[in-house]
Design a binder for this molecule. Structure first.
Ligand code: HAM
Length: 423
């Protein structure tokens, strides 16, 4: 019988790398907590219709990539492909607009997209995301962008770059769309692209094929169709970013993969990542609340890809990776020799842990040689040998596993803790 493997496009994160994953996910969220963002946990599955209405029928995410299933009660549910629609659903459901606005919310967790797996692109991937709902202030867009930059830095990256664009509001978008439709009508498009152009011509700008990129060189871009209001909004975002010292590249053809965006849109790329270079992205989504049946409220947000940040960290800052991987390193590994010492070791481990030390011990009644081997392999800084004779004398032998130095210490949690704790 063949054994099982993780489903295609998913992977396991094992110790010690899992310590890097947790620390990195936490580092990405830290700037948000300092900026007044509160944590929100929403279900991993939602009504399928939420994503159809929120994310948009013309997107690859909704049309090709959703994990959709009927539950036993006949409801159509979908594993969330992204976090914004669910957060907005919760915001509307709990009438959070009745409280102070903007509602600043952040989240962290898995998302699911049936994409073609490759390095940095998975079917199960993790995001840290932030949403600021209910106030249309360009300074809020700038603050969020700066917080993403701070998040990457806090996670140990410096080689990320910001790509910035504005899609405008409904009026600007309609004017841009009309010009784009006219432009695309003159191109010789294949069947599928033509269909896509009919559904949402903006999507065509996102076509990565070199021949399409060449054909689209002179395509009309959204920034040339902004209304005065949208232009002022975009100018204010850029001025605030300049004030904050955040640099960016204008990316007039940047089209995000989700339909809800209006005005400011952006992506962060990291050049060590090859084809899947986006480590995060987001923007304003002023129509989303209304589109899912809520009040006509604005919003702006982003999500950062934890898996890709980890790949970028490994490439850019391996020293930090190693440091984080070692963060949960054991302080002491107990080596009890004989049944009496083993029982004593269990209580000593408990007392040392209560004193905030990381402690493990040799299991399975091993002899000195086997237990010392286990101590070496454990990565602990110290081994504490509890021999039978030591036990009677009320002492134990403390061995520094890096230097090999050994000395007796009183067999007492406070004394052991004092001996192993760095000055
Ligand atoms: P997104 O650009 O689809 O935006 O995803 C954000 C980030 O998640 C990407 O930049 C990437 O780092 C990561 N990501 C996306 N798909 C995959 C995948 N298949 N494998 C690995 N990483 C992936 C959103 O999801 C929006 N909800 C962001 C947002 C929040 N906009 C406004 N508020």
């Amino acid at each position: 019988m063949s054994t099982f493997t993780a489903p295609k496009g998913s992977y396991d994160i094992l110790p010690p790398d899992s310590a890097v994953f947790l620390a990195t996910r936490d580092a990405l969220a830290e700037p948000l907590r300092r900026a007044g963002y509160g944590y929100i946990e929403t279900p991993i599955f939602e009504d399928t219709a939420l994503f159809h209405r929120g994310v948009g029928e013309s997107t690859d995410v909704v049309s090709k990539e959703m994990y959709t299933f009927d539950d036993r009660g006949g409801r159509s549910l979908t594993l969330r492909p992204e976090g914004t629609a669910g957060v907005m659903r919760a915001f509307v459901e709990h009438r959070m607009h009745a409280a102070q606005l903007p509602a600043k919310l952040y989240y962290a967790g898995p998302n699911f997209r049936y994409e073609r797996p490759q390095a940095g692109r998975y079917r199960h991937f993790s995001q840290v995301g932030a949403e600021a709902i209910g106030v249309d202030d360009p300074l809020l867009d700038a603050e969020l962008i700066e917080l993403a930059d701070a998040a990457f830095r806090g996670a140990g990256l410096t080689r990320h770059r910001l790509l910035l664009n504005s899609l405008g509001d409904r009026e600007s978008r309609a004017a841009h769309r009309e010009a784009l439709v006219r432009f695309l009508a003159r191109l010789d498009l294949d069947e599928e692209t033509r269909r896509r152009a009919e559904l949402n011509p903006l999507r065509v700008l996102d076509d990565k094929r070199p021949e399409m990129q060449a054909a689209l060189t002179d395509a009309p871009v959204s920034v040339d169709f902004l209304t005065d209001g949208c232009r002022a909004h975009y100018d204010a975002v850029r001025a605030a970013l300049t004030d904050l010292g955040v640099t960016w590249t204008e990316a007039p053809k940047l089209v995000r993969g989700l339909d809800y965006y209006t005005k400011t849109t952006f992506e962060f790329v990291h050049d060590s990542l090859g084809a899947q270079s986006a480590v995060g992205g987001g923007g304003r989504y002023d129509g989303l609340s209304a589109a899912i049946g809520g009040p006509d409220l604005t919003g702006v947000g982003w999500a950062l890809g934890v898996d890709r940040v980890l790949l970028a960290l490994k490439a850019e800052n391996p020293a930090r990776w190693d440091e984080l991987a070692a963060a949960n390193q054991l302080d002491v590994f107990l080596v009890p020799i004989g049944p009496q010492a083993q029982r004593r070791a269990l209580g000593l481990a408990r007392d040392l842990r209560a004193d905030a030390l990381r402690v493990d011990l040799a299991w399975g009644g091993r002899g000195l040689k086997g237990a010392m081997k286990a101590a070496d392999r454990s990565g602990a800084r110290f081994a504490l040998v509890l021999g039978e004779r030591d036990l009677a004398a009320g002492t134990a032998q403390l061995k520094d596993l890096a230097s090999g130095e050994q000395r007796p210490v009183p067999l007492d949690a406070a004394a052991v803790a004092a001996a192993v704790r760095p000055e």
